[in-house]
Structure formats: C-alpha cells, structure tokens
Ligand binder design. Structure first.
Ligand code: ADP
Ligand code: MG
Length: 605
C-alpha cells in the first residue's frame, strides 16, 4: 500500500479557488470596489487599461491597513470582517470571506500602497504568484491603492477566454453601475485607457441615477417609499409610458448590494398590470433594507441571488408600495374624472405582515348560465371564457418545434384575393375567416417576421430616408465603440451616420422609414444594450441579433388600428416569408382555429 494523497501548496489552491471568485476583469473590479467601500471610503477611483487586462486600479480614501495587515490580507481566509461563526448572521459589510485578495494575488501581479490615518508613513507591498516579493515603507495618501496588473498572466486558458475589449469593458461598466447606483453617498470616478467615463459626485439617489444614465431620467420616475417591520423600501419606479422592451434597467438592491430576484422584480412589474403593453417592462431602482438575520447569508459572494425568510410578505409589500407610487402620482388626475375607479391599495401599518392573495375561482362555473346584467359578471365571464379557450387551443395547436420546422402557416384555405374578409380584434390581432376556420394573426409579431426577413435575406441594403435635419446621438465612449462595431448592419438597414471625429457623437443623416427622429437616441440605446446582452449570453450570430432588435423596434405596435388594406398587406407579406409561422424571437405569429376546434368548444362543455 502506498499513500497517494498530498496537500496542495497554497499557490495552487489559491489559483483553483481564484477561478470561482475572479472569472473576468469585471469580477476583480467588483471585489476591489467592495473592499474600498468596506474600508469606509468616501472617494473611490477606478482606473482600467485595456478593459482590465493590463491594469485594474482602485484608489480609496478609506481606513488603510497596518504594515502587517497589508501582508496578511493576501492570505486565504484573511478577513477583518468576521471573527466567529455567529457573526455570519449579522453581516453588514460587502465582503466577509477573506478570499478576494488571495484569489486576485494568485492570478495577477499586485502592487499595493496603503496608509492608516494615524500613521506617518504608508507601506508598499508587491506580490507575484501569491508571494510577497517586496515590502517597504513609502509615503502615500491615507487610504489604499491597489493595482492589479496583467490579470491571468499565469493562467493562459482564462486569458484566452476573455472577450473583446468592448465586451469586457461593458461587463465592468455594469459592475460599476450596480455599485455606484446604490452608494450615492460615495464619489466615484472611472477612467478607461486614460478617458474619464464617469465622474459621480455624492448626491441623492435620483441624482445618481441621472449621473449614470443621463439627465433625462429625472422626469421618468416616481419615488416609491414604504416602511414595515419586514422590509423598508426606498427608490424610484419608472412612469408607465417609459416602459421598455427589455429588463436591462431594473435594479434591485438589498442592504446596499445589487441582487437578482425575479420574484421581487415581478412584484414591481405586477403593479403595472394594464398600464403598460405586454412584453414591455418598467425600469426601476429600488433599494430594500432587510434584517440580515432574515436572509440567507450562505450565498456565494460572487453570485447575486439571495433568499429571504419573508419572501411572500415582501412580494405583497413591494407590489402595494409600487401601486401606491404609481397611483399617487399618475392616477391622481384620473380619479377626479372617474370617481368610481376601484383602487385596491390600503396603506400597510408597521408590523403588519400581509400574505399573498390567492385567486379564488369556481372550476365548475358555467359561463353560459345566468344573466349578464352587471359589469362584474361580464368580467367574470370573459376570464372564464379565456381560460377555457386557451386550454382548448393549446391542446390542439402544434408544438414549437414543429412550428419552427414548418415552412408554411396553416392558412386554412385562405383566400389571397380581394374577396378575403379581414377584421381586427382589440387592435392587436388580424382575423380572417377562411373556408376551414378562422385564421388569427398577431399583427406585431407578423410584422416583426416580415421586417426581419427583409433585413436578413436581401443582399442589397434596405433604402433609408434622408432626414431634413441630421440628428445627433450621444453615447458613452464604450457604447460609441459598439455603435462602430454595428456599422455594417446599421447601414444595411437603411441608416446613414458618421461618428464625429474624436467624440462619441454620431450624426445620423438617414433612417429607415417609419422611425421618428425623436426616438432615435432611445432606439440606438436599446440596440447597444441588447447587443451587449447578446454578446454576454454568447449569442452565436451577432448580425442576426442586431436585425432582430431593429425589426422588433420598427414593427407596428401591438395596439394599432389598421385599415383593411394594411391588414391585407401584412397577411400577404407574412405568407411570402420563409418562416411565416414564428416571429424572430420564437413566438407564434398565427394560429388557425379550425372548424373542428370551434365545434369542440361548443360540444365538450
Ligand atoms: P473580505 O473582504 O472578504 O474580508 P478580502 O480578501 O477582500 O476579504 O480582503 C481581506 C481583508 O483585507 C479585508 O477584510 C480588509 O481587512 C482588508 N482590506 C482589503 N481591501 C482593503 C482596503 N481597500 N482598505 C482597507 N482594508 C482592506
Ligand atoms: Mg472583500
């Protein structure tokens, strides 16, 4: 028998662990910024070169470290933030695992200068490959400056996996936003390759949102505020008219930390029911304060998922608070004109723990029985009818896979001549009675498919319209570079634009028809954001993604009254598409309610 187990040397163990904590420059940026905040800094500078590949430097004016702490902090499990297991249930700092600096030191060359308030001199430590190469006294300002150089210099596999600079930089920007938005009492600057990208002074939360996203944001939000024993809520929710097609501007924070919590985000979205079109999402910046002992602390430090003991109470409170914010500020005028508007919000007293309401319905309810004399009944009937109908159609409509494979829509002997009847349902759907049944077309999704195929299948560029007055669109430095990257696709789609030399402004001189001048900036902002998102999700074909976004943005709205001729054109163009049955995003464009299915509706009650 021979022993085969050995203990890994620290340098190897740290390098392995580093993979979990630091997987790209943005995660090192997050750790360093969090440390600076934990040190009580009021001013923090972030400097990166080559999207963090060659340099990530964070300079803070926090508490600094003593000579020996300056060495010790690079050891694994070296932390000043917890001392015993019980401390885990009352964490008030960003970090506590004592892993970040050890991990960073394992995969980069680190140069740190630090000085405590009462020390005359600071200390400088140089680290390479996990070990201290040099330490000596130095003069430096109070606080800490950590420079992380040549990230992954000793882990070629990781280095080679890094994406283009524009993509890595946008990850860093996102980390920076997630931190700076909620720490509005701290000043931050952010330089990339010598260029100042952000200069944020300490200000109110709303001001900080504007500093990060643009002055225009001031008009777009309502404040939301609520205090209860379970959770305190403070923040801003967007006015319904500013809803967007993506969720990219939804920021939720708990105890000063950005989190992802789909259920709580849904609570906010639920408050907008019937106020914004389906598929649109409100932006929000909402900060929650929760007793740390009521949340799961055992979460991975680099992950953003969190669990709460009082999740369903939080859901109800958050939804009610958002409703209140929207109601107080936007329904106010409506109230005056329509005093009978029902409004189901009642203020929550402190100490009250609501439960999520259950939907109560009678499964044996017969929509055809009884009278239809009150409005309420009618609503009931409609809902029941809808459920029933959805169940039926889902049973008999083909699966997504078969739809995607399908090259033709089941058009039920649709008559493409002048004789075909068209009518519109709720300004959303085009209905065509055919020999075999009723063909239903979702006008927006159908139009998306048509535009998408026009953009992707034509060799020749789609013709644009010259603008009478060119429009200037302004971007951050990083976003402007992304605009450059998308140039081919944009030109192909009918845009003509020129980047002003040495600036981040694009002068747009032509656009595809149907695009309003005033919508251009938002159009490009959405495009840039979705492009970044797609790159992060490793979307295989960037061209496709860009055209998908353009098609989606230019398609007619879900709620738009159409003339008969317009309906005819849409249905005809759709039929001529290569893949008419599905929208570029994968949604079904059409469904045929065959006479058979209609019959079943009536016989199988
Ligand atoms: P953690 O933050 O989980 O404690 P880190 O590895 O990030 O672990 O940092 C280790 C320790 O180094 C911290 O607990 C803190 O005492 C010290 N430290 C790190 N960065 C700074 C800084 N910018 N200013 C002062 N102290 C710092
Ligand atoms: Mg830390």
């Amino acid at each position: 028998m021979s022993d085969i187990i050995n203990i890994l040397p620290d340098s190897v163990a740290n390098q392995i662990a580093a993979g979990e904590v630091v997987d790209r420059p943005a995660s090192a940026v997050k750790e360093l910024l969090e440390n600076a905040m934990d040190a009580g800094a009021t001013q923090i500078q972030l400097i990166v070169k080559d999207a963090g590949r060659t340099l990530i430097q964070v300079i803070d004016n926090g508490c600094g470290m003593s000579d020996s702490d300056a060495r010790l902090c690079f050891e694994r499990h070296a932390t000043s933030k917890i001392h015993k297991a019980d401390d885990l249930f009352a964490i008030h700092t960003m970090g506590f695992r004592g892993e970040a600096l050890a991990s960073i030191a394992a995969i980069a060359q680190v140069d740190m200068k630090t000085r405590q308030h009462d020390a005359e001199l600071g200390t400088q430590v140089e680290i390479e490959g996990c070990s201290v190469k040099d330490q000596h006294a130095c003069s430096c300002p109070v606080g800490t400056s950590i420079a992380v150089k040549n990230l992954f210099y000793n882990v070629p596999a990781r280095r080679n996996f890094l994406k283009k600079d524009t993509i890595e930089l946008s990850h860093i920007e996102e980390v920076f936003r997630r931190i700076t938005l909620i720490h509005n009492d701290i000043s931050f600057t952010f330089h990339s390759n010598g260029k100042l990208l952000y200069d944020l002074r300490s200000d109110t939360m709303l001001q900080r949102v504007c500093q990060v996203f643009g002055e225009g944001y001031k008009e777009k939000f309502y404040p939301v505020e609520e205090e209860s024993d379970v959770v305190c809520i403070k923040g801003y929710v967007a006015k319904a008219e500013y809803a967007k097609r993506s969720r990219s501007e939804q920021y939720l924070f708990v105890n000063g930390r950005y989190i992802k919590h789909p259920m709580l985000a849904a609570a906010i979205e639920k408050a907008y029911t019937d106020m914004i079109p389906e598929g649109s999402h409100p932006a929000f910046f909402v900060s929650l304060t929760v007793d740390p002992s009521r949340m799961d602390v055992n979460i991975h430090p680099t992950k953003t998922e969190v669990r709460f003991i009082d999740e369903s109470a939080m859901f109800a409170i958050l939804r009610a608070a958002t409703k209140k914010a929207l109601g107080q500020f936007s329904l106010a005028t409506e109230f005056e004109f329509n005093p009978s508007t029902e409004f189901d919000f009642t203020p929550l007293p402190k100490g009250y723990v609501p439960v999520e309401p259950k939907i109560d319905y009678n499964p044996t309810y017969n929509p055809f029985a009884g009278t239809h004399d009150t409005n309420k009944r009618d609503d009931h009937n409609r809902d029941n009818w809808k459920n029933f109908f959805e169940e039926r159609t889902d049973d008999c409509t083909p699966s997504m896979e078969s739809l995607v494979k399908q090259t033709n829509v089941p058009n039920g002997n649709f008559d493409s001549t002048e004789n075909q009847e068209y009518f519109q349902i709720q300004n959303r759907y085009i209905a065509c009675p055919t020999n075999d049944g009723l063909l239903l077309v979702d006008q927006r999704l159908a139009h998306e498919r048509i535009l998408f195929e026009r953009l992707t299948q034509k060799e020749k560029a789609v013709g644009g319209q010259q603008l009478l007055f060119p429009v200037n669109c302004q971007f951050s430095a990083a976003d402007a570079d992304i605009m450059d990257e998308m140039k081919t696709e944009l030109t192909h789609s009918g845009f003509e634009m020129q980047r002003m030399a040495g600036s981040n402004v694009f002068v747009v001189s032509a656009t595809p028809a149907d695009l309003n001048d005033s919508e251009l900036q938002e159009f490009f902002d959405t495009l840039v954001r979705e492009f970044k998102g797609a790159m992060m999700e490793k979307f295989s074909d960037r061209g496709t993604k860009i055209y998908m976004t353009i098609a989606r943005r230019m398609a007619i709205k879900a709620e738009k009254a159409l003339q008969k001729e317009e309906m005819r054109q849409i249905v005809k163009d759709l039929m001529e598409c290569n893949m008419p049955a599905v929208a570029p995003g994968g949604e079904r464009t059409t469904t045929l309610l065959t006479a058979d299915k209609i019959r079943q509706i009536f016989v199988n009650l």
